[in-house]
Design a binder for this molecule. Structure first.
Ligand SMILES: [Zn+2]
Length: 298
């Protein structure tokens, strides 16, 4: 019997789009977590520190869960507070990776690079001199203000600029209300989850940690859906950086760094070729300012 083999109809092979892994970078700070109200609580020798690191860990885990629910495949967490040894890593999702132990490259944004799709900030706080901001500062209490191209940046803003250098948008922030508002003023459509509000220098009105985690989880999921709509923060180059210190002697010392110019009694200026260059110069200024801190009242 003759078997006539019918030719298979020609089917143009469909190009199956390669799904690349969605990668999220989470920078975790401590001052902005729910309930925290005093410096003692963020100090490793402080009486309440162990409770606070647990709350910090829970908030980061909530952000990871939300990111995963939104479609994140890979998550890198940077333990960005003080010594970088705060998160109880054994309580986190076992598939994430964690950067711990300062000093590290790019400070609180350590690990960020071109391959990431989104940046998150958890436990963030306002910049210094923010009314009703909780423990507001920018990296240290020696800094009164950091400006890049005329714009004042706190830790959140600086993180957004560093992520932006690599083309990565900052899409999520949780922390005190003013930290969230300051992030929003730089990134209009960012998902912001306020966990508390300052009501005095060392006073807060806060959500419970459980409620804060619920909202962080929901917000993180929502943030992943906005990744394509939120542009990275980029600054025109060269970047004109100005750093104002809390004491004149700090500016005097910082002005001795090559290419750094004294601007006024408490400020210096530096022209940076890009965000990385600016950040490195800022880091050195912080180290130099520290040496001036205890020399006298001025
Ligand atoms: Zn901080």
């Amino acid at each position: 019997m003759l078997v006539v083999r019918r030719r298979e109809p020609f089917i143009r092979p469909r190009r199956i789009p390669q799904k690349t892994a969605m990668k999220v970078h989470i920078s975790a700070d401590m001052e902005g977590i729910a309930t925290l109200s005093h410096d003692y609580q963020v100090d490793q020798k402080g009486f309440d520190y162990d409770r606070m690191r647990r709350i910090m860990t829970d908030e980061v885990q909530a952000a990871i869960e939300g990111a995963r629910a939104g479609g994140a495949d890979e998550v890198l967490v940077c333990d960005a507070h003080d010594t970088g040894r705060n998160l109880l890593v054994e309580l986190l999702d076992e598939e994430v990776e964690v950067i711990q132990g300062a000093p590290y490259e790019l400070g609180m944004m350590s690990g960020i690079s071109k391959g990431f799709d989104a940046a998150f900030q958890v436990g963030y706080h306002a910049m210094r001199h923010t009314h009703a901001g909780v423990l507001g500062h920018t990296y240290t209490y020696t800094i009164a203000a950091l400006r890049m191209n005329g714009r004042v940046l706190g830790e959140s803003g600086l993180g957004a600029v560093l992520a932006g250098h690599f083309g990565v948008p900052l899409v999520f922030v949780s922390g005190d209300l003013h930290a969230v508002n300051q992030a929003r003023s730089l990134v209009k459509d960012i998902v912001g989850v306020p966990t508390k509000e300052g009501i005095g220098v060392y006073g807060v009105r806060s959500l419970t940690p459980k409620k804060a985690c619920d909202l962080i989880r929901k917000g993180a999921k929502e943030a992943i859906s906005r990744v394509k709509d939120i542009p990275p923060v980029t600054l025109k180059k060269p970047i004109q950086m100005e750093v104002e210190f809390v004491k004149p002697l700090m500016a005097e010392y910082a002005s001795k760094i090559p290419l750094v110019k004294r601007k006024d009694v408490k400020s210096v200026a530096y022209k940076a070729k890009d965000a990385i260059d600016a950040f490195r110069a800022f880091e050195v200024m912080i180290m130099v300012a520290r040496s001036a801190k205890d020399e006298g009242e001025l």
